[in-house]
Design a binder for this molecule. Sequence first.
Ligand SMILES: Nc1ncnc2c1ncn2[C@@H]1O[C@H](COP(=O)(O)OP(=O)(O)OP(=O)(O)O)[C@@H](O)[C@H]1O
Length: 965
Amino acid sequence: MSLFGYDFGFDRLAVGMFTGLTYGLLAIGIVLVYRSSKFVNFAHGAIGVFGAAVLAKLTDGITFWLAFPIAILVAGALGAGIEMSVVRRLRGRPRVIGMIATLGLSQFILVLALLVDRDSFSGATYPKPPGLPAFSIGTTAVGSSLTAMLVLTPVLLAALAFFLRRTKYGIAIRAAADHPDAATVNGVPAPMMTSLAWAVAGGVAAFSAILLTPTQGVQSIESLGPQLLLRGLAGAVIARMASLPIAFVASIGVGVLEQVLLSKETSGFVDVVLGLAILVALLRQRSGGRNSEHAAWPRWDATSPPGARIGLALLAVVGVGLAYVVSNSTASILTMICGYALVGLSVILVTGIAGELSLGQFAFAGIGAAAAIQAAQASGNMLVGVAAGCAAGALASTLVGIPALRLRGVALGVTTLAFALATSGWLLRQSFLLGDGLTTPYPVWRDYVVSVSTDYYLFALLLLALGWMVTARLRRGGFGRLLLALRDNEEAGRALTVAAPVRKLQVYAVAGALAGLGGVVIGFGQSQLSINSFPASASIDVVAIAVVGGLSRTGGALLGSLVIVGLPALLPLGIPGQAVLTLGWLLVVIFLPEGLGGLLAGLLSRIPAGRVPADWLSRVRAWRPAQASAPGRIGPDGLIPGFPPETVHDPAPLSSVPALSGSAAAPHSLPDKSDLSGKAPGRPGQWRVHHLPAARLAPATGDGPLLEVAGIRRSFGGVRAVQDATFTITEGEIVGIIGPNGAGKTTLFEILAGFTGSDGGTVRYQGRAITGWTPERRARAGLVRSFQDARLFPAMSVREAVMVAAESAIPSSLVIDILGDERPEIAKAERALTALRAMGLEDLADKPVGELSTGTRRIVELCCLLTLEPRVLLLDEPSSGLTQSDGVALGELMLRVRDELGTTVLVIEHDLPLLSRVADRLIAMDAGAVIAAGPPDEVRSHPAVVLSYLGTDEAAVARSGEPAG
Ligand SMILES: Nc1ncnc2c1ncn2[C@@H]1O[C@H](COP(=O)(O)OP(=O)(O)OP(=O)(O)O)[C@@H](O)[C@H]1O
């Protein structure tokens, strides 16, 4: 039966279902690991192949059916071993790093599988399950392997379902995957369960690889790589990386779809359709909610090792000098190294600085090369070709990046992988790009035809120098800092007015242009270009280049390219050599977060001359007044005295908070408004806010309330987090929001600040409906929020964090950074220092935020927020993590912010005495609804409030202490 030229015959559907079974098993493995470790295991297929290799080896001596379970067990053990030896070591590091490690593992395991048994890659000679019938459906022959798959897959699925739903360990795996902390508290050893999940996934991978290999004909390592992975990922993504049954059923659909499409189209076209299916599935998934990834990126070091400039000059001399001593064939290899290094630079921008994994950078290089050659041929001008290559790379990269903007985590990795496959299999084949192949013209510079490889290498070197300079300037400047801020904590960045989507698209565009430039270098360097010049797997090689060289160093791209591209091309490595190389990649990911570049820089920095700060930083430091370094203000641990972590407490709700008047630690008497220590007089080293780092606001325009909230609703699944919240806030008020845990207070704040969409209702600010405004737009308009955890940007220094806030006044520009103009940076640094001095924080300026106590981070966060000159300040539990006395100081600070700046303050607090002292009104919430609003005393004694806090015992309220002041 055929429809629109596509074959829907029974044969085809049957074959589609068989292949779908394989994809389904692959998807199950991917989902199992994702649920446990929250990243995609790119080594999943390779683990299966290793199991298949073990079976091939074992069947030399024992029967297939004995070898089958053993090989599955070995693959399961390999999966668990990987979890214990690699994944566990990377816990606490960003998920992107975990995924990169599995990319390295995948290559390493495939090479190991080759060493165990080469037959594992050859379908024709691979052992088939004996004793099972072979038959045919229509004209489709069903061999014994497919029969085994048909019979055994339902058994495997039933066993898996029984294991996960009914057995103690299966339930524990699910509990540990979904709620690791709760599981640990309940005695489930979460790490062991994660290993078990990896073991099960490894066993499933081997099961399908063993039964699939005989049906595949002769395979290449490549066919086991990205293409198969994409098919497994399609089902997994459709199942939202959560449901095993949906993943399995969707994968069978993928198998059938593939077969139907193949009846008329090429396999490259199938990749395009699958890529689009993945895209639609990803875009249907609602983003929002709070960021669950609190991973620590290594601290970003903007300093250069001593002698960096001399080193660069030497490198340039050696690079140019080589052109005069090497043969033409070696010059071609050096050209290739330059091209790959340029693509590696694009990975450094996207992954190293922006923190997103892209698996499609080489596809942009391919598009850049094709566009460059077409444009050069059409115009007869090589420079037009170079510009066209960069522009095409930039455009493609931006377009692919757009869908991933809405989503976090694996989204960019998955969409770029799909794009890489669709590009190499379909897009590049189009006649306006490479078609059936292009003959590359010799590049012409003015009248000189560059026909000698050594001359062309010099041109490649020049373009590499250009790409290097652009990357280095972006990395050092304000634009790079913004990207680092978004990488460290996107929400905090947006709360400080950083326009995350625009900035990310900008970096995708620049990275695409760099990859396109790399493609230009590679493309013009070859006499013939075809789709084989830009395989999808090369995108993974360039990730390896950046990681091995060092994701956080510009020079890492060249270093990585020398090792990953140069070594195998210049020295014959063989399979053992490749194994060592991939093992090296893996070891670097695990043990050297900053790659070989970081190692080199570390060695250089031991040179006694010390570190050379970036130029602008040295100028700012020179500008810094002498009094800033007055002794005795900062403890050796970098904490502001007055915020010692050991005395920090979380204020308890109403019933347990002692009244401040009864607190020995907090006499409510402040010497004057310039000393907000909140400490008993005489204690050394106190936090002083000399003055507030913002100017007084002009009164708001319009007569109505400043903020009007009407009928706001938001549910998460069955949980009604906010129900019909309605209230107004007048300019100059301090309003407290109270309610038990889970009452919906933070969700309400997220909606007000634009971080979570509401299901209904409106928010009006200064008379304008702001539904649909992004968080950064709201922050720019003066509606500014803090965060409960005050995490800020752990990998940044305090100064850099405040410089991010200074972006609201002096925004960074991509072009200005590339041109190397440092004046805006100096202005921002000065502004940040002024703000830090005003808040008495200047001695902490160079301390990493991640090393501060919660209390100190809160003050730094406040300093950042005040730098924005907010009109409405939404503070989420600001006293949590502060000592009792610092809580008192905080209350005074809120009053000062209101009185001196004219800022309206809306504050979520559990510390009722504090609120009673400073708030004009309280709004009480319970189960998502506003249950009372009015003056503090009235709300505290409102029966509904008493009930929500303390159940039915009204007398308990009376015991909870009276407000101080
Ligand atoms: N992204 C989300 N996904 C699912 N449920 C959520 C999400 N965010 C909040 N919730 C749920 O919504 C309800 C309200 O949570 P919210 O954090 O707003 O309360 P809260 O009053 O701020 O509590 P707390 O004082 O503990 O911070 C809770 O039941 C919470 O589990």
